[in-house]
Design a protein around this ligand. Sequence first.
Ligand SMILES: *[C@@H]1O[C@H](CO)[C@@H](O)[C@H](O)[C@H]1NC(C)=O
Ligand SMILES: *[C@@H]1O[C@H](CO)[C@@H](O)[C@H](O)[C@H]1NC(C)=O
Ligand SMILES: *[C@@H]1O[C@H](CO)[C@@H](O)[C@H](O)[C@H]1NC(C)=O
Length: 536
Amino acid sequence: HPPAVTLRVSPCRAMRAVGILSWLLLLLMLLLPVAQVTGARPCIPKDFGHGSVVCVCNATYCDTLDPLVLPAPGSYVKYESSKAGKRLERSEGKFHWALPTGLLLTLDISTLYQHVKGFGGSLSDAAAMNILKLSQPAQDNLLRSYFSESGIEYNLVRVPMACSDFSVRPYSYDDVPNDYELKHFRLADEDVKMKIPLLRRALAMSKRPLLLFGSPWTAPAWMKSNGDVRGKGTLKGKAGDKYHKTWANYFIKFLDEYAKHNVTFWAVTAQNEPLAGLLTPPQGPTIAFTAAQQRDFISQDLGPALARSPHGTRLLMLDDQRIHLPHWAKVVLGNATAARYVAGLAVHWYLDAIVPPGCLETTHKLFPDHFLLYTEACTGFFMFRFAVSLGCWERGDHYSYSILTVMNHFVSGWTDWNLVLDLEGGPNWVKNFVDSPVIVDGDKDVFYKQPMFYHLGHFSKFIPEGSRRVGLRSSRRCLLCQLEHVAVLRPDGALVLVVLNRFGRDVPFGIQDPAVGFIETVAPAHSIQTYLWRQQ
Ligand SMILES: *[C@@H]1O[C@H](CO)[C@@H](O)[C@H](O)[C@H]1NC(C)=O
Ligand SMILES: *[C@@H]1O[C@H](CO)[C@@H](O)[C@H](O)[C@H]1NC(C)=O
Ligand SMILES: *[C@@H]1O[C@H](CO)[C@@H](O)[C@H](O)[C@H]1NC(C)=O
């Protein structure tokens, strides 16, 4: 993305080439603050009548950000997005030594909590198809928006293993009955022609290491009790038998085949939503497990298979709603063999409204060596009237409120569902349409970056893997001026504070870092802010 104005032209050449008038113009630009002559491009807003705006991108234009530059000690940088229309707008300010009045947030970096894994989304078949509907330059703008330094720098990518409901057809990687040797295992066109090329482009444009993790929805029909890739079944037989061994080897084959394309996986989850059925349509592809079945499959089949494989891929359990915590953790991790194979617990957000977050903290306290990671979330799912609601601010709010809440309960990262969907919220072969932070209109060769995209960006761009949550004390609580917040210490020593105001009133407040001083500031109505500074 070429900067809008470049100052690399040598003054003499410029003088000769463009004459005195342009020279004066150049001088004028030199006198403007640096922030105005960087490469960042503003949002082109579009209002679809859902409360706020989307930013419109196409083949030749997309809003961008500058790589993060931290100001000198004593100053801070603030990024702000708001329902009123700001999108990750950057500004700087100075610390003071005078105590601000009103609500005060005080950092305590001597209290360190969980490490951060990161933030990201899922490259479902639907997401890949939607990206590839665009022209090549528009695809690049979209991928850069998510993965590059001119975008929000996602570092987590979830990849469904074979079909999910967000595919255009049901399939597995080995539909030849009774192929216990997996001789006919083959990646699909969806992998080879779509997901792998896109992953390689994302990897190439990302400055951070991308952590990929795979999740299976369904086994081949011949391994399932219902004899169908579609619908809910269990694996035939029981842990330790040929079905379970073959299913564990199927994971390894998947990792082998992707590795042949130089795409390697940080982790796999043992099963997407093993308790599904409640939340997905009955024809949705699923293998059901009880906690005891997952424990036995992990300790006898999948754990040993992964440990024997050359990939070093980690294993995440659960991958389902937090209503199952801490019960599933007790059953699976209560078994020392299974616990040794499991690195962390994967959690989905769909029932969070009815299940308080305390169960996350309880689980963390019972099993402090196993991290918690949110691995799926989306808005517009079946209980909402509209799958896609272009420009809806509250759906972004819903994301950041969830991220702030779960991070304050020991969760180490947050993964969105489909990276990209179409105007209908699909494709999805069981018509389970939902919303996404990026919506593509293939006919117009444009895509829309929704408020959800920017809410996620307030975390993903500024909180890299390896950051740690630190103590943060709020001086008082009040019902209508309540702010949500989290503070983290980055590996480079910088501090990050994210502040969300979900309400319709401006809230003046102060920030105290005892080592640096005070910030006196305001959280505008319906806004999210990220503050960053260095202590030295
Ligand atoms: C792309 O968007 C920019 C900015 O809105 C606009 O000027 C340009 O005409 C658009 N290009 C196309 C091909 O529509
Ligand atoms: C994978 O990487 C290796 C080493 O960098 C390279 O030789 C090989 O061509 C790559 N394979 C593919 C499929 O890109
Ligand atoms: C763990 O579970 C397996 C069954 O999957 C069982 O054989 C083993 O004894 C259990 N180990 C412990 C330490 O509980």
